[in-house]
Design a protein around this ligand. Structure first.
Ligand SMILES: C[S@@+](CC[C@H](N)C(=O)[O-])C[C@H]1O[C@@H](n2cnc3c(N)ncnc32)[C@H](O)[C@@H]1O
Length: 209
């Protein structure tokens, strides 16, 4: 993830990229999304929740959370992060988000996870996400742009495609950023990679005309 994606700028690029660290701070899009709810609480689903830093943040603010992730290591870290304190308000689903039918929620968070969706199912996952957000509810998350180094490994989108996906929504945050940063590459070596990231928070319109 981009260095400036976290409100805690002290994290190194390596720490920021390895999403299975205990005590990672919540992502900027999660922090901003919570602010936009102005003290309301509700149900949030975190797709590709990883180590659960966004889940922990919403639980601490009295939200209910559904965490979906396919990775056992991530889920184990998430359960350590959350501890027993909020266990009655989180439902952890270990599965691909392509396989899950989402309930109606107030907020969908997908930070750095939807680009790893199986390409064949991306449009149906996106329809599923849009349908699950209640009118007035929000999406908050990140997508990779066409210049990102993930080229072969992830779904890359351009701004027109993102705008089409968000028809029926109003942007509350939209940014596009490109930068190089150091990450852990193959064999644990540090390598530089190019990031091209769109960050979006969007509110579903109350009525679709
Ligand atoms: C780069 S990490 C991001 C984790 C967390 N959202 C964050 O911002 O720190 C991507 C996460 O998405 C999960 N993931 C990727 N593809 C997935 C899929 N198809 N279904 C469920 N989880 C998936 C991975 O296991 C990983 O935990």
């Amino acid at each position: 993830m981009l260095l400036n994606d976290s409100p805690n700028e002290h994290m190194s690029p390596v720490e920021t990229f390895n999403n299975f660290n205990l005590k990672m701070p919540p992502r900027l899009m999660a922090v901003k999304a919570l602010e936009l709810f102005e003290g309301e609480t509700g149900l949030m689903i975190d797709l590709g929740a990883g180590a659960g830093s966004d889940c922990a943040y919403f639980l601490a603010h009295n939200w209910k959370v559904i965490a979906v992730d396919i990775n056992t290591q991530g889920i184990e870290t998430m359960l350590k992060t959350i501890g027993n304190k909020y266990i009655d308000r989180i439902n952890v689903i270990k599965d691909r988000f392509e396989n899950v039918i989402f309930p109606t929620v107030d907020l969908v968070i997908a930070n750095c996870s939807l680009p790893f969706c199986d390409k064949k199912y991306f449009s149906s996952v996106w329809e599923n996400i849009k349908n699950s957000i209640r009118p007035g509810g929000r999406f908050a998350g990140t997508f990779f742009g066409l210049n990102d180094d993930f080229k072969e490994k992830a779904i890359l989108l351009n701004s027109d495609q993102i705008n089409t996906m968000f028809e029926g929504f109003e942007y509350e945050h939209y940014s596009e950023d490109e930068q190089e940063s150091e990450v852990v590459g193959p064999q644990g070596k540090k390598v530089f990679r190019h990031w091209h990231v769109y960050k979006v928070i969007a509110k579903k319109q109350m009525h679709n005309n």
